[in-house]
Design a protein around this ligand. Structure first.
Ligand code: CS2
Ligand code: MG
Length: 436
């Protein structure tokens, strides 16, 4: 702290100019802001902030299928605003970018802010020599229960996929299934793939146009309970089973499906209906006691207001990456804790290892942690992002490396050039566009 800054402290608050506020970083400023794009089996956007002391911090800014919009937002509109700022003022920088933009919320804005927030948390952790979870209040548990993605076209492939997850140590498994009469369904490894098949790296998802899939909600609603009946009978009553409805049902249909799944005791039913209309969940709740998880496409606390205050959900599904970073998701979780709602942070492979690490630090620190989604990244991805988090006996831990515990390998990253990739689109059998 410089003498000048002490003098500022005694000045009347109104007389202090922006930038005169006391710095915690002893004059350190943000010197360099870089946006890194790489494609090690899938596209990732990473923000790297370097301070005048040479400390670097990383933030994940990946919005799957719309990656370059965030690149432009950060490069063209945010980077130069950060240069010269105090890297320790995380909340102030968050408010500066959120309120300062005037155009609030939305996935692109909130992912850009999230990346800055994560990078500044990373820097503060490195400078203080502490893992980020220590800055958030310290660990409240030994590790984080994780769930993986099992799927298959038919029951034998689904069983095989669940078995593989159990062998890898998972203690909770999400189960997705194909639907008889329909072709490829999102979230299910392509027909013919072994149980180990993964849908998230399929080449069909690359190129300049999304693939088109077909959907029939009634066929799905008839088939799904038969799959869960079989899985529950095969794997017994203890294993937590999850399912993602991917926004495909109306509230009434969601309530009916929830009720038909109740005998199989699901850990949660995710995104049973599009939740832009938060009140729609009242109808679902009236019909079923099935635990519900929602929020992977939300990006602010306001998206949850009714869902949380009326206890219409059980789990918050947001990603740190798409919800304004650790600072904002922590606020959502503190709000949710008043209503006994827990976390189930989004963690598929389109969340980079940096975003995943941020989720683990937050999950370890908050009291109302529930479960963490975890799909292992490809070896190519892990060659670019060197992680220090661990997965042992079904539990994730962020590790004790100062900061977020992820390093970015520039040379490895440069070898994988960006290429367009799209999420699918979905049509009902009569051709009507539908949620996928
Ligand atoms: C899914 C995601 O993980 C999940 O629950 O819903 O795979 C989601 O579809 C992708 O993140 C979209 O990018
Ligand atoms: Mg989902």
């Amino acid at each position: 702290m410089t003498t000048d800054q002490h003098a500022d402290e005694s000045a009347p608050v109104g007389a202090r100019a922006q930038g005169d506020l006391v710095s915690s970083a002893a004059g350190t400023t943000i010197e360099r802001v870089e946006v890194l794009v790489t494609n090690p089996t899938r596209n990732f956007v990473t923000l790297r902030i370097t301070t005048s002391d040479g400390v670097t911090g990383l933030g994940d800014a990946t919005v799957n299928g719309r990656e370059l919009a965030v690149v432009s937002y950060l490069r063209d509109h945010v980077a130069h605003l950060l240069e010269g700022r105090d890297p320790w003022r995380i909340e102030d920088t968050w408010q500066y970018l959120y309120r300062g933009a005037y155009w609030r919320r939305g996935p692109i804005t909130m992912s850009a802010i999230a990346a800055v927030d994560m990078a500044l948390c990373d820097i503060k952790g490195k400078v203080t020599g502490q893992p980020v979870y220590q800055l958030l209040g310290g660990a409240t548990r030994a590790g984080l229960l994780a769930y993986g993605h099992a799927s298959g076209a038919e029951i034998p492939q689904i069983f095989e996929s669940v078995h593989e997850h159990l062998e890898e140590g998972y203690r909770a498994v999400r189960v997705q299934t194909a639907v008889p009469g329909l072709g490829q369904v999102y979230g299910v490894a392509a027909a013919g793939a072994s149980g180990a098949g993964r849908y998230d790296y399929e080449p069909a998802r690359r190129g300049l146009r999304p693939t088109e899939e077909q959907w029939d909600t009634r066929a799905y609603m008839r088939h799904l309970p038969t799959v869960f009946e079989a899985v529950r009978a095969e794997f017994g009553p203890e294993l937590p089973l999850l399912h993602d409805g991917h926004h495909r049902m109306t509230p009434n249909q969601a309530g009916q499906l929830g009720r038909s799944l109740e005998p199989y005791d699901l850990f949660w039913l995710e995104d049973c209906t599009p939740a832009e209309n938060q009140e729609g969940l009242r109808r679902v709740r009236a019909l079923t006691s099935q635990p519900l998880a929602i929020g992977e496409i939300f990006n602010s606390i306001w998206d949850y207001q009714t869902l949380i205050t009326e206890q219409l959900i059980d789990y918050v599904r947001s990603a740190v990456t798409h919800t304004g970073g650790i600072t904002h998701l922590k606020k959502i979780m503190d709000f949710a804790s008043l209503y006994q709602i827990r976390s189930g942070f989004h963690g598929p492979t389109d969340i980079s290892p940096v975003g995943q690490a941020a989720a683990l630090h937050l999950g370890l620190a908050i009291h109302n942690f529930g479960i963490q989604e975890y799909m292992r990244h490809s070896d190519e991805t892990l060659s670019v992002f060197r992680t220090s988090y661990t997965f042992t006996d079904g539990l994730l831990h962020p590790g004790d490396t100062p900061g977020l515990g992820v390093e970015y390998d520039d040379e490895a990253g440069a070898a994988f050039e960006y290429s367009p990739a799209y999420l699918p689109v979905n049509r009902l059998t009569d051709g009507t566009m539908h949620d996928w």
